[in-house]
Design a protein. Structure first.
Length: 254
């Protein structure tokens, strides 16, 4: 988990702090990656195409050997590459936490390396948050895209009023849909690095226990469904229920 306090500033990247415009919400995008060469360009390009320009894109790479790091390094600013191996920390949660620690933005958006966004995603989420004073996290609808067939399935999200307590039993918030306030995530310690496969679900539960959510019902996030991912997701769900319920202070069987 994150050791830095809310008031600590991240390390200044080469070239200095990214440029900010007064009064404009700043968004840092964090992309954990590992051997994602076939997909990483689509992910990064979808972020660069946002109608609300992001402050920076931080790719935390876990040691790719397929050219992913070279692809990312070729972009230049505002894309930054973090080599996760230098930290000695492993796993997707550690990669996201390293990104949080390095980020300059007031808001954090998470994107998996094989997913991508609609160009309006960040802008629409900031509007939704503005309409919900005090909200510290926004999520969107999702379009699932089969890697094999190209078939698309639209999934509408639960409303903020309906998502709790159901979030205790099912991860109804996809990581690639999330825009969250950086200070709120740091205040809760970030993602638990001892969890594998459901660290994002557990994080959203802790966020919902302390903060309110906002929602964009449109499918502004695109999830690439790879072969064998469905059965893997089912097992992650079953494995995660006891831990997530414990984090929410609820009995597993209640």
């Amino acid at each position: 988990m994150i050791a830095m306090s809310v008031r600590e500033a991240p390390e200044t990247p080469a070239g200095g702090q990214p440029r900010r415009e007064i009064g404009v919400p700043t968004v840092s995008v964090i992309i954990p990656s590992l051997n994602a060469a076939p997909y990483i360009r689509a992910a990064i390009d979808s972020v660069l195409a946002q109608t609300h320009p992001v402050l920076e894109i931080i790719v935390a790479d876990g040691g790719s050997k397929d050219g992913t790091q070279e692809i990312v390094a070729g972009y230049g600013e505002p894309v930054r590459l973090l080599d996760q191996r230098k930290s000695g920390r492993k796993g997707i949660a550690a990669g996201r936490n390293l990104g949080i620690e390095a980020a300059w933005g007031d808001w954090l958006a998470f994107l998996d390396a094989d997913d991508w966004w609609d160009p309006r995603k960040t802008a629409e989420q900031l509007v939704a948050i503005e309409k919900c004073p005090g909200a510290a996290l926004s999520y969107t609808g999702v379009c699932l895209v089969s890697e094999e067939s190209g078939e698309r399935q639209l999934h509408s999200p639960l409303s903020p009023s309906a998502i709790w307590p159901r979030l205790r039993w099912k991860n109804a918030v996809g990581a690639s849909t999330v825009l969250a306030r950086r200070n709120a995530m740091i205040g809760l310690g970030g993602f638990r690095e001892d969890l594998i496969g459901f660290e994002d679900w557990e994080m959203w539960v802790r966020m919902r226990l302390h903060h309110s959510f906002a929602c964009c019902p449109e499918p502004l996030s695109f999830y690439r469904i790879l072969p064998h991912s469905v059965s893997h997701d089912v097992q992650k769900h079953l494995d995660g229920i006891p831990q997530v319920c414990q984090s929410s202070g609820q009995n597993v069987w209640r």
